[in-house]
Design a protein around this ligand. Structure first.
Ligand SMILES: [Ca+2]
Length: 193
């Protein structure tokens, strides 16, 4: 009976721990910093946050990149929009015509190390939807912020730092801790045999 209860607890702990991982529910946070021509750091969740990491079906890829920003004309919905794109740059793309993930995937193919998609409507920041897994960090920004970046690009080169990282929030830490305790227990039991 005690053995059964033990396995029930182990099983429940495994499900509780694995569920958030499999459902990609790990919360992300993002930071966007203009390194040049002006120095300005924006952190996700603070007042007047101009951007949000793309979420829903698939979250943004995790990553931390600093590179030149390059505007991609005509929505970045087809490969031809990326003719002349310099690999290693971060792509600045306008929202519209196709999925966020299609734009990010096109940017990846063109060699972009990150993507900033800005709104095609002046409104508070909304959450974007990635319908495919992407491999470079991407954020969705307000039109105001996109216009600000475009303004800097018109006068010369712009260097941005873009970071998307997991949030070590208390629930995740608690679940991770519980899972580790269960594993330690199993390890001790295994060693005894
Ligand atoms: Ca296009």
């Amino acid at each position: 009976m005690i053995k059964k209860i033990k396995w029930l607890i182990i099983g429940s702990a495994a499900i509780v721990f694995l569920f958030p991982v499999s459902s990609k529910a790990i919360p992300l946070t993002s930071a966007l910093e203009i390194k040049s021509p002006i120095l300005h750091e924006y952190l996700y969740g603070l007042d007047h946050t101009p951007f949000i990491e793309t979420l829903f079906s698939f979250p943004s890829a995790i990553g931390d990149v600093t590179a030149n920003l390059q505007f991609v004309p005509d929505y970045g919905d087809n490969a031809s929009d990326f003719v002349g794109f310099t690999p290693g740059n971060i792509a600045l793309i306008e929202r519209g015509v196709t999925f966020f993930s299609t734009k990010v995937l096109n940017a990846e193919v063109a060699g972009a190390v990150g993507a900033i998609i800005y709104d095609n409507i002046f409104q508070p920041v909304i959450s974007g939807t990635l319908v495919d897994i992407t491999t470079v960090p991407s954020v969705f920004a307000t039109r105001d912020f996109g216009m600000e970046l475009l303004g800097y690009l018109q006068s010369g080169s712009v260097i941005v730092h873009l970071a998307v990282s997991p949030v070590p929030e208390p629930t995740s830490l608690f679940l991770l801790g519980s899972a580790l305790i269960v594993l330690a227990g199993l390890w001790r039991k295994f060693k005894k045999k």
